[in-house]
Design a protein around this ligand. Structure first.
Ligand code: NDP
Length: 247
């Protein structure tokens, strides 16, 4: 994988993925880390200062009108090689969403970040993804050619839902799962793989302090999975350690 773009790298799993990639012995030549506000992303900025392959771009994944301009900025960085991997990581989960409390605005807001943003960003970056897939035709389907990875959650799985609630989050992740499935069919002939990854229940602001797994364990597993992606992963649902999950 020569280039990768990850959204939501200010903290949590996004920041963890960047830290893991920069210390990888085979670190990508270009790592584009997005955050909403560079001025508030001190840790990410200091990583970029000491790792010249890290480029920081600002992006709010709900501002779909900005995506064309954003794709232009990405294009200037990746140049004629295109973008090998798009990792849609940025995510949001509102609190208090049992049936008695859930609000229409929470549903819309969560969809905007977790479903609409990743899909529209994939669409906006498609020319750059296709460029990478074309430039690496000798490579098999996977991250050395071109891949879109959507961060999902086991909370978006129908078969694993046995406690209910969490309407906005569960529905938004189930929807991105379906979008990923369609992408895997629509983009396969272009040489682009699409898959969903559940990071595990991880200690971040979203996962909370009771989560059993630390960020490093989760991101180390996910980076390995990204590198190992092949045709069998296309249109499927995996967890951080490569185990296949049921929808
Ligand atoms: P955090 O809450 O720790 O971090 C969320 C990240 O997403 C932040 O960088 C945040 O930016 C960014 N973000 C939120 N809204 C937007 C937006 N509108 N535009 C751009 N960026 C945005 O969450 P995690 O790191 O834990 O989660 C990362 C992904 O993993 C999410 O998709 C989440 O659903 C998924 N996940 C996490 C699990 C866990 O246990 N932690 C379990 C299952 C899935 P900012 O700092 O500016 O707010």
């Amino acid at each position: 994988m020569k280039s990768i773009l990850i959204t939501g790298c200010n903290r949590g799993l996004g920041l963890g993925l960047i830290k893991c990639l920069v210390k990888d012995t085979n670190s990508p030549k270009i790592i584009i880390a997005t955050c909403r506000n560079k001025n508030k992303a001190q840790e990410l900025t200091s990583i970029a200062e000491t790792n010249k392959n890290v480029h920081i771009l600002e992006l709010d994944v709900t501002k779909t009108d900005s995506f064309e301009c954003f794709a232009g900025e990405v294009s200037k960085i990746v140049d004629e090689n295109g973008l090998n991997v798009l990792f849609n990581n940025a995510g949001y989960s509102p609190k208090s969403t049992r049936i008695s409390a859930v609000k229409a605005e929470q549903m819309m807001e969560t969809y905007a970040v977790n479903t609409v943003g990743p899909l529209m960003l994939t669409k906006a970056l498609l020319p750059l993804l296709k460029k990478a897939a074309d430039a690496n035709q000798d490579q098999p389907l996977g991250s050395s050619r071109c891949a879109v990875i959507n961060m999902t959650s086991m909370l978006g799985s129908m078969s694993m839902n046995d406690v209910g609630g969490l309407y906005p989050y569960r529905c938004s992740k189930a929807a991105i799962n379906m979008a990923t499935k369609s992408l895997s069919i629509d983009l396969k002939s272009d040489g682009i793989l699409a898959t969903c990854v559940h990071p595990g229940w991880v200690k971040t602001d979203m996962g909370g302090s009771n989560a059993p797994m630390d960020v490093e364990t989760s991101v180390t597993g996910m980076v390995r999975l990204v590198k190992d992606l092949s045709e069998v992963h296309n249109g499927q649902f995996y967890q951080w350690d490569g185990k296949k999950l049921e929808w």
